[in-house]
Design a protein around this ligand. Sequence first.
Ligand SMILES: C=C(O[C@@H]1C=C(C(=O)O)C=C[C@H]1O)C(=O)O
Length: 313
Amino acid sequence: MSDLPALRQKIDSLDATLVNILNERARVSLDIGVAKRKDTQTDEKEEADVQVFRPGREQEIYKKLTRLNSGPLNDDSLQAIFREIMSASIALQKNVSIAYLGPPGTFSHQAAYKRLGDSVAYVPQKQIEGKVRAETYLPCIAIHKGLGQTQKWLSAHIPHAKRIPVKSTAEAAQKAALETGAAAVCSEICAELYGLDIVEANIEDLAANTTRFLLIGAASDSPSKDDHTLITFTVDHRQPGALCDGLKVFKDYGLNLFKIDSRPSGQRPWHYVFFVECSGHFENEDIKKALKDLEKFCLDIVVLGSFPNQRPE
Ligand SMILES: C=C(O[C@@H]1C=C(C(=O)O)C=C[C@H]1O)C(=O)O
């Protein structure tokens, strides 16, 4: 007779221990939820401002897990398990819902799910204003990014395919599933979700292509050792060198710039808002001082928020 029954008994007893420990952890997490409310809530701030999801803390936990892990579980498996433990813990602290560009299966849905796990609610939105534009072709359907990033393959293999405008790769998959002879440029998850066969995989022009998604909430996480901050500002365009003067402030305070972008301000034609992503947290002294200096050159400044740096080293 094999050892199977005895081994199963061992697993059952370990599971019972795990359930107890997980609930002990959950109780501490509930206390943390109470502490966060105490720290956040003032007269002006309300329940909506209580930020339970703390990416900086989670990053610390993932790092600690990797240090503690001596196997046989691999780091990815352990992280996936803890993703769900922390997801459950967030849901205990507060009802969290994440809005994403629908339909289900879009990359923004996948990105949010990867960060926040199964225990929070995901709410598809028909449109994310100003952020999504699309153009696609039949029998190939895809969002413009999907098409733009697979142009070489599409031109080489289906140059005559008509392209039909849609807002997301998930919508492309949804439509392709309803249309005989149609195909979509989409993720494997969408193929599964909408019952499509994968005709060709890895058709992107650049394998290293990545898209960054931002999780936007009412409050920022507290400072970690390695944060980035997003700031928008407008300068007086009639003043030669105003942008240059503004950007020099970041240099003066040793704040590295990772991205600078401009968008029409919407106030008047040819007037732009600059978006800057710099190192540091807005609660840090150097950023506070930099912002004070920046005021000299700007018509207005908005700090959008700070977040722990997630870029791979
Ligand atoms: C428990 C906390 O809240 C959330 C849940 C976490 C967890 O379960 O470990 C970690 C960070 C937060 O996203 C916390 O802030 O410590």
